[in-house]
Design a protein around this ligand. Structure first.
Ligand code: H2B
Length: 113
């Protein structure tokens, strides 16, 4: 993995419009994040992860939760027996910030093997 990869970056406090990522930056960043989709309102990015059973789903949620607490940036989660949908958005910005893309990339890195 390249040292300048998104998943090697750390979340930082981001607040207000100055820290928002615009539509063209968003489109570029999403190219680095396979399967991640922009929400209809353009204020969040989401991906649904599939697992064989609830044990694996819960393990994923625990790993994501640990990373989210480390980064102090937290996703919305929607989970069932064999899936977990993660949605990243920055409340303090009222839309997308770099933190959302960093955390999406960090989730992908958790699943690398
Ligand atoms: C003080 C603390 O850094 C902030 O409240 C953080 C915590 N986690 C967060 N998570 C998300 N998704 N958006 C935020 O704006 C946010 N703010």
């Amino acid at each position: 993995m390249k040292a300048n990869h998104l998943s090697a970056q750390h979340c930082q406090p981001r607040k207000g419009k100055a820290d928002a990522v615009d539509a063209s930056q968003t489109a570029e960043l999403l190219q680095q994040l396979p399967g991640w989709k922009l929400s209809d309102d353009g204020k969040a990015v989401a991906k649904d992860f599939r697992f064989d059973d609830f044990h694996h789903t819960l393990g994923f949620i625990a790993a994501v939760g640990f990373m989210a607490n480390q980064q102090d940036h937290h996703p919305d989660l929607e989970a069932g027996y064999g899936h977990c949908q993660l949605t990243w958005s920055t409340h303090d910005v009222g839309g997308l910030s770099m933190n959302d893309f960093i955390c999406a990339a960090r989730v992908e890195a958790l699943l690398e093997r």
